[in-house]
Write a protein that binds this ligand. Structure first.
Ligand SMILES: [Zn+2]
Length: 219
């Protein structure tokens, strides 16, 4: 099912020119990017699978190898993806992956986990502790959106957010001020939970080796 979400009283040229038009009820979802590692690409948000850099101050517009339809095609996999539950995102192995919320507009196809859209632009980005403040500032300047620091790696943050759907939705739908408030409120709790989970995982990883060592001594 395609539902055209074209804002009233706005011509298509204006839609293209704005990074993220102020739609009355935009579709907003979670997604991931990679951020550049090398100096020239440090301020770039890169689509993890396609490897394409998202433009700054202009909407990202979906493309498709098929000339038979304009993205997102009903029976195609093309379009710009976002999901409603951050726990359903897929992650690679890079420690330079980041989490964010995007506004989707234009042509939108709804799927099981979220949406595929023709147009998208980031609303805010959350980077893990391995991304320096200077790189966050450069990303924020380039894209004109807030780039927040998470004390927890983004993949783990997405899992923690998935356990708190109401909080995740407050972030997803929140305006700038509210996003900051929620992050300030919840980040200490998430950080503590993350440390606890890691400590439990590390203890579990140590256990079989301790048993093995014990057996070794006895034999
Ligand atoms: Zn397609």
């Amino acid at each position: 099912m395609s539902l055209p979400l074209v804002p009233p009283r706005r011509d298509p040229a204006a839609l293209e020119a704005l990074p993220a038009p102020d739609l009355p009820h935009p579709v907003v979802g979670w997604r991931t990017w990679r951020v550049g590692r090398r100096a020239q690409r440090r301020a770039e948000l890169v689509a993890p699978l396609a490897g394409v850099t998202w433009p700054s101050r202009h909407p990202m517009i979906a493309s498709c190898g098929s000339a038979r339809h304009t993205p997102p095609g009903d029976r195609c996999r093309c379009g710009l993806y976002a999901v409603s539950d951050p726990g359903s995102l897929e992650w690679g192995i890079s420690d330079h992956e980041v989490l964010g919320v995007v506004a989707l507009w234009g042509q939108i196809v709804e799927g099981g986990r979220g949406w595929r859209a023709s147009h998208a632009y980031p609303r805010f980005v959350l980077t893990g502790p391995s991304i320096a403040g200077e790189q966050r500032a450069a990303l924020s300047r380039r894209y004109g959106v807030p780039v927040h620091r998470s004390e927890v790696p983004p993949r783990d943050l997405a899992a923690l957010l998935s356990d708190e759907p109401a909080v995740a939705d407050r972030l997803r739908h929140g305006k700038d001020g509210e996003v900051e408030t929620v992050l300030a409120e919840r980040m200490p709790v998430w950080t503590q939970r993350w440390h606890d989970r890691r400590a439990r995982a590390e203890a579990a990883a140590r256990r079989p080796r301790a048993i093995l060592a014990g057996r070794w001594r006895r034999s």
